[in-house]
Write a protein that binds this ligand. Structure first.
Ligand SMILES: [Zn+2]
Length: 147
């Protein structure tokens, strides 16, 4: 792993207060990077998002002062889920896209036994987000990925 990746993982773990889960964060971030996505931890509060670029994608997640530090991990899994869902078709409904991204996130979650112990928190956050998508974009807390 290169130094830049190591530093990024450290940043997420330290700012997010996820020290005990460094191995899991590291595995998730490494996987995302290997798919050609960039990872951008940010300090400001705001919805997470996935944006696409000509040479890949960027996943941006707020890592500071989260209500529950694990929401950082759920956000990374969810945005990665959007990426795995592939480009949307115009007829796709927003909510369907979100549900699909959460489905992929859950499949990912199943690969991390230590995180699976927090499955209930994952489900709670998922529910919260699925309700959140009905709000106006500027009031959203979960994500604003157009994807
Ligand atoms: Zn989403």
């Amino acid at each position: 792993m290169d130094l830049k990746t190591q530093n990024k993982i450290k940043e997420i773990v330290v700012k997010g207060g996820l020290q005990y889960y460094e191995a899991e964060v590291s595995a998730i971030i490494t996987k995302i990077l290997a798919k050609g996505c960039k990872v951008r931890p940010v300090e400001f509060k705001g919805p997470s998002m996935l944006s696409t670029t000509p040479d890949g994608c960027i996943i941006q997640v707020g890592v500071k002062d989260r209500e529950n530090p694990f929401d950082i991990i759920w956000d990374f899994l969810h945005e990665y889920g959007h990426f795995l869902s592939g480009p949307p078709k115009s007829e796709d409904l927003r909510l369907k896209r979100e549900e699909l991204a959460w489905k992929f996130a859950k499949t990912e979650l199943n690969q991390y036994p230590k995180l699976l112990l927090r499955k209930e928190e994952f489900e709670t956050y998922r529910e919260k987000c699925l309700n959140d998508y009905h709000r106006f974009p500027h009031l959203r807390i979960c994500d604003i990925s157009p994807y």
